[in-house]
Design a protein around this ligand. Structure first.
Ligand code: GTP
Ligand code: MG
Length: 363
């Protein structure tokens, strides 16, 4: 199923029913007065957020929503029935914009929020309302007011606390499946994940956070390479990013002869740093605020270095030095342990990562 995160729809409130022109006609009452009832009110279109929905998929099939018109008023002062309101359900995280100018009209951040998007027209008044001392038999009534119409743009931004970003194949989907009950597709080819996945990470009783597995990014994503970078909008609202680096990229440097051990560590660290900066660049090009977000840098697939644990440790130290030297923006206070290393295959380090994230999210 495709992850639908944008939709354009038209909504129309019901028109008010027209007021009625009528006169009492009863036996033995030759000139009964006016008795035309009022028209009913038109139905409104109301949006309501629900956590039972996760996508805007439904709006692909149904693009216009029309609430019922109010009924005509009738004789004997009978008011017309009001048109029924309709409720349109949207997932939590939906932003509703005016299609023509992009203005934000409503932002659904919680379950069960309601917003009346278009109001039904008022019913017209029946001719009884128009009697005056000099005008006893009005032969007109008020028409119903027209219901409002609006063209809207719906956008869904995932509401997660943390997001997993990185190159394809880094192991983001494997990590979310380790941390939460989510079961996204995992495979050894790039761009397995096409749409973000959400998972709830349980830290302890009553302590949990939501993590989003974001499709893989590559250099040039801002020019449309790979899957492009449009889905980065989903991380705009997350508090922290987990930048996952693929330990596989270090393998080329582990096979160097012993005497070059120091050089291979340096080269490995430089390569990781280069890849790290390339992804940071893509974040910045999408939205400079993304690059300023709190982030945890993590090297995955530590199991590949079981035979050479020292190599991985040394690379981490060198990598950290490069981070500290790097452009000002990223020379922030790193946790003493950072970059972390984990193995989603064996689970090593995953628990520590969860704790680090929880710590940072709760301060
Ligand atoms: N050896 C090893 N392999 C891993 C580890 N984590 C993930 N993999 C493998 O790496 C490959 C890619 O994993 P995914 O989780 O699909 O990677 P991804 O980052 O979600 O990739 P995209 O969805 O394409 O962006 C799969 O073959 C995984 O089995 C790990 O800790 N160790
Ligand atoms: Mg994936």
């Amino acid at each position: 199923m495709r992850f639908i995160d944008e939709a354009k729809i038209k909504i129309m409130a019901g028109n008010g029913g027209p007021g009625c022109v009528s006169f009492r006609r009863e036996k033995f009452i030759p000139r009964g007065g006016p008795d035309g009832g009022d028209g009913g009110k038109g139905g409104s279109v109301i949006f309501e957020s629900t956590s039972n929905l996760a996508t805007l998929q439904d709006f692909r099939f149904k693009r216009s929503y029309q609430a019922e018109n109010g009924q005509h008023g009738s004789g004997k002062n009978k008011a017309g029935r009001d048109g029924e309101d309709i409720t349109v359900y949207v997932p939590v995280g939906t932003i509703i914009k005016n299609q023509s100018n992009g203005d934000i009209l409503f932002d659904f951040t919680d379950n069960g929020q309601k917003w009346v998007a278009v109001k039904g027209g008022r019913g017209g008044k029946g001719n009884t309302h128009f009697v005056t001392s000099v005008f006893q038999a009005p032969k007109f009534a008020q028409p119903g007011e027209e219901g409002q119409t609006r063209e809207l743009q719906l956008e869904l931004k995932l509401l997660a606390d943390a997001s997993l970003i990185g190159y394809p194949n880094a192991g983001k989907s494997t990590l979310i499946s380790r941390m939460s009950a989510a079961h996204p597709k995992i495979a050894d080819y790039p761009f397995t994940t096409l749409t973000p996945n959400l998972g709830v990470v349980k830290v302890a009783d009553f302590k949990s956070f939501v993590v989003a597995d974001i499709p893989g990014l590559i250099e040039g994503a801002h020019q449309g390479l790979g899957l492009g970078h449009k889905f980065l909008k989903h991380i705009e609202r997350t508090k922290i990013t987990v930048h996952l680096l693929d330990g596989t990229h270090l393998l080329d440097f582990t096979t160097m002869p012993d005497e070059e051990a120091g050089a291979s560590v340096n080269k490995g660290a430089q390569e990781l740093h280069r890849l790290y900066l390339a992804i940071r660049k893509e974040l910045e090009l999408f939205n400079p605020e993304l690059a300023d977000k709190d982030e945890v840098i993590v090297i995955n697939k530590s199991d590949l270095f079981l035979g050479q644990p020292q190599f991985l440790n040394d690379v981490k130290i060198e990598f950290r030095k490069l981070l500290e030297k790097g452009p000002k923006k990223i020379s922030r206070e790193l946790l003493p342990k950072e970059p972390l290393s984990i193995s989603c295959a064996s689970g090593e380090g995953v628990h520590d990562l969860i704790n680090v994230l929880w710590e940072r999210l709760s301060t």
